[in-house]
Design a protein around this ligand. Structure first.
Ligand SMILES: [Zn+2]
Ligand SMILES: [Zn+2]
Length: 62
């Protein structure tokens, strides 16, 4: 399995997820929150969480 680099903190890990608001690859310690959708998950990173606009998008998304 390929080792990938987190786009936010530079951590190297085999499992990254993608922030839905800035499209960066994230390790789990950079994910602020996640939400289950019908077929997938939605993730928001700690940077986007500090933006009121993006945070409210995350909260209202389904
Ligand atoms: Zn990270
Ligand atoms: Zn983000």
């Amino acid at each position: 399995m390929a080792i990938e680099t987190c786009g936010r903190c530079g951590n190297q890990t085999a499992k990254l997820v993608k922030c839905d608001y800035c499209s960066r690859a994230l390790c789990y310690s950079c994910v602020k929150s996640s939400k289950r959708k019908k077929i997938d998950h939605r993730y928001i990173c700690k940077n986007c969480w500090s933006s009121i606009a993006k945070r409210s998008m995350f909260k209202s998304a389904n």
